[in-house]
Structure formats: structure tokens, C-alpha cells
Write a protein that binds this ligand. Structure first.
Ligand code: PLP
Ligand code: COI
Length: 340
């Protein structure tokens, strides 16, 4: 029986669901892992996660399809990205096939929490891993816990699909050099001050520029950028210091192979932004969220697509991507993992 929630009015928040997955790493090996019901974690005060922020995470979603199944979208890419994150933080890799299996187990065990097709909500899945044993010298932990929980969510930005207003951040996305492409807690901790500042000033998000020259567009706190030129080309920033968004990579494919669009993945200069016809943020949480205005101190860039609704090309990309995710449009081989 589905849980009695008002699915359509969910925001992007945490609701504890019934089951989560846990596997522990000790003496050089992962245990067999299991579903558990306890949402709390008790650790040493000196655990590596608390002292030196040795923690990484992933984010993906499960969807109810039109024909009554539950699926998730490209979990293999999340497994691979988490392996990259683990290596960069000197953590053991949780085997990629086991990552996918753990995600499937958690979704299946919590299927009553998966929002119904057409509700506008989805089940957000959060795999994460942390160093658990006491570490006082600066070095990696040697015991770890890999966990997966799931929580039903609605739109990431208040107002659903309405275009948002963002600012160019005066802060750098101050991830240590070379870690921007991994999903580690420390990167996000360093963006919190910028996010709070932007929200206090009434902006929904930050546009970060490259810290070295402050001339190139990087990403936002939780999504990559997509732009549409006046002649309908998809342009998306290429940078070694942004997260390689799975949504962005999927949109690039969809634009080219489903919609016959020209796609450019290249450095994007802030000076070019005023010339684009449409702008959006893309990510698992953001899906594709349109941006209507970008403010850089006294300079205001009004995106021609406006503040009322998604631009027409963004809408086509949105409809095609979500159609693939929710089973109304045929997916490329291997993109959809059927869970039940
Ligand atoms: N950039 C950042 C900083 C993010 O946190 C996310 C979310 O995961 C993304 C981009 C989008 O990545 P994905 O499409 O894989 O969810
Ligand atoms: C995701 O989209 O999965 C993210 O990690 C973004 C986060 C801001 C919720």
C-alpha cells in the first residue's frame, strides 16, 4: 500500500523511509551488507568523517513509470562516479555492481514510498560512505561504512518549473584544487556560505565562475548549466572543476540523437551569457530548472525566454528527458534499470 502522503506538495526535503542499506569495511574487506531499519548512526567522536571530512555521496532517483513499474536512471554512472570520488579521498571503492544492487534493494524495500506516476514527485536515493574509525593524525581511516537511504522528494526549487533568479557568486566554489569533479562532503561544505548569502539576498542559486580568471561559467551549488543559443544550439560548460553531471551528459545525448540539435561542450565565457536565448540548471535534484535572470552586482541579464515559463527548447529537452526517465519515451540501451 502506498504511503498516505500528499505527493504533489512535497518539496525537496528528508523524510525517513522504512529501510536503508548498510555495508561495513574492516580489515581490508566489505561485509556482505544488509537492509536495516535504524536511521541513526553512532560513531566514535574521533571518526575520520568528523575530523577530516572523509565522506562522499551520490544522488539518483527512482521513478514510477506509466505502465506501473519502478525504475532508476543510469545507476551505473553513479556507481562509477562514486568509485572516482572514493579513490580521490583515499577510501575503498564499494564495488560498482554491489552499488547498483544496494540501490535496487533500498528502492524495492521502500516501494510504498515511491511517488506515483504523474504526481510530480520521485524517490531520491542517497548512497554515501564515510570513514568510521578514530583518526587523529591526518591520514585516511581504515574502517568505512557505505549506506544508501531513500526519501520522496518534489521539486528542488520552490515554485516548481517557474524560472528562477540567480546571482554570480562573489565567492569561489572553493573546493580544493582538482576535487570539483567529485561528490565529496567537503566541496559542499565550502559552498554553504555562498548559498546562505545568495538566499539572504533573495536569489535561488549561485553561478560560480572559474576561480582563476573569473571569466568562465562553472556550475551552481547543485547543478550544471545548459544554455540554448538563438539558433537552437545546446551549449554546456566544459571544466575540470565541475561535477560531471549525469543529467547533463544525458541531455547532450538526447539533444543530439533525439532532437537533432547541435551540441557544444566547451568553455563558456560569462561575457557570452547575455547572448543566449535560454538558460537552465540540470541535475538529478534540479532535473532541468529554467533560469530567467542572472544578476552580477549592477548588471542584470534577463534571459530572453523570460520569467513566466521554460523556454521552448528547454521544454523539449525536459519533456524528452523526463519521458525517457518515466518510460513514455524509449530509452537508449542500458539507461533504465527496472527494479520492480
Ligand atoms: N553539480 C553539482 C555540484 C551537483 O551537486 C550535482 C548533483 O548531483 C550536479 C552538478 C548534477 O549532477 P547529476 O546530474 O549527476 O545529478
Ligand atoms: C543531486 O542532484 O543529486 C545533488 O546531489 C544535488 C544536491 C544539491 C541535492
Amino acid at each position: 500500500m502506498k504511503k498516505d502522503l500528499d505527493w504533489s506538495s512535497l518539496g525537496f526535503g528528508y523524510i525517513a523511509t522504512d529501510y536503508r542499506y548498510s555495508s561495513k569495511f574492516k580489515d581490508g574487506a566489505w561485509d556482505e551488507g544488509q537492509l536495516i531499519t535504524d536511521s541513526m548512526i553512532t560513531l566514535s567522536e574521533c571518526a575520520g568523517v568528523f575530523q577530516y571530512a572523509q565522506t562522499i555521496f551520490e544522488g539518483l532517483k527512482a521513478y514510477s513509470t506509466k505502465d506501473g513499474h519502478i525504475v532508476c536512471f543510469r545507476p551505473d554512472l553513479n556507481a562509477a562516479r562514486m568509485a572516482d570520488s572514493a579513490k580521490r579521498l583515499e577510501m575503498p571503492v564499494f564495488p560498482e555492481d554491489r552499488f547498483i544492487d544496494a540501490v535496487c534493494q533500498v528502492v524495492k524495500a521502500n516501494q510504498d514510498w515511491v511517488p506515483p506516476y504523474g504526481s510530480g514527485a520521485t524517490l531520491y536515493i542517497r548512497p554515501y560512505m564515510m570513514g568510521t574509525n578514530p583518526v587523529i593524525g591526518v591520514k585516511p581511516a581504515n574502517e568505512y561504512e557505505f549506506r544508501v537511504f531513500a526519501t520522496p522528494v518534489g521539486p528542488y526549487f520552490k515554485g516548481g518549473a517557474k524560472p528562477i533568479v540567480i546571482k554570480v557568486s562573489d565567492f569561489d566554489r572553493a573546493a580544493p584544487h582538482g576535487t570539483g569533479h567529485i561528490k565529496a562532503g567537503l566541496n559542499y561544505a565550502m559552498s554553504l556560505h555562498a548559498i546562505v548569502t545568495a538566499h539572504e539576498e533573495g536569489f535561488a542559486e549561485n553561478m560560480y565562475l572559474d576561480p582563476e580568471s573569473r571569466t568562465k561559467v562553472e556550475e551552481t551549488g547543485g547543478a550544471n548549466f545548459i544554455f540554448i543559443t538563438k539558433d537552437g544550439t545546446l551549449v554546456t560548460p566544459k571544466s575540470d572543476s565541475i561535477l560531471p553531471s549525469i543529467t547533463r551528459r544525458s541531455i547532450m545525448y538526447v539533444a543530439e540523437h533525439y532532437l537533432g540539435m547541435k551540441v557544444e561542450h566547451r568553455p563558456v565565457y560569462f561575457d557570452e551569457v547575455k547572448d543566449f536565448a535560454e538558460c537552465g540548471l540540470c541535475g538529478t535534484a534540479a532535473v532541468i530548472s529554467p533560469v530567467g535572470r542572472i544578476v552580477n552586482h549592477d548588471t542584470v541579464i534577463d534571459i530572453p525566454a523570460g520569467m513566466e515559463e521554460m523556454g521552448p527548447v528547454t521544454k523539449k529537452l525536459y519533456d524528452t528527458l523526463t519521458g525517457i526517465q518515466m518510460g513514455s519515451i524509449e530509452a537508449p540501451e542500458g539507461w533504465i534499470k527496472k527494479i520492480c
